[in-house]
Ligand binder design. Sequence first.
Ligand SMILES: [Zn+2]
Ligand SMILES: [Zn+2]
Length: 191
Amino acid sequence: MMQKPDNLRSLAIAHALAERGARTSVIELLAGITQGHARAVIRNVTGDDPRSGLLPVCSSTLISSRRRHSEASVAAGILDLFRAHNKNGLSADGIILTYDTYSMLNSTFHGSLKPLSITELFVLARDLRLGSTELRRCQVCLSKWLYCSDATTYCECPHCLLLTDATCPSCQGLKSTRARLCSECRSQEGR
Ligand SMILES: [Zn+2]
Ligand SMILES: [Zn+2]
């Protein structure tokens, strides 16, 4: 049986988060409700029992490759845009808006990467607020990228690195990231 909601606003936030697949502890923290209530909301919305397990410890665990780093940087930029974290704490609305915008972009691009979950976006927002993760501006491409103080790798602008991977060293045109040269230069070489 559902517990009596703390108030309608909390319940609306909890529902919105559960619909987007948020984990129990994220709903608990952002909606300000008890763990039992958060679990009841998830069961109610999804028809399934909530998944157990811990949240990712820190944002650096979300960065496992250059592409992942670039994507997490874009997501962090959207979190900033919607003020998902500010001096007063985390904003549930900001995190939900970020997730919806990010999911929309992701479905447009049909990337091969597994998209970041709303729980992972929560972890990003939390770490941006704590300061263990920050958005830095690249002096070369002027875009913002995610710097994690506890990551030993991925301490450079991922967008620039991806562009380097995709630039043909011979003609400076675009190439496949896996190929050494662009197809034009490769065929010139073979002549
Ligand atoms: Zn850059
Ligand atoms: Zn070339």
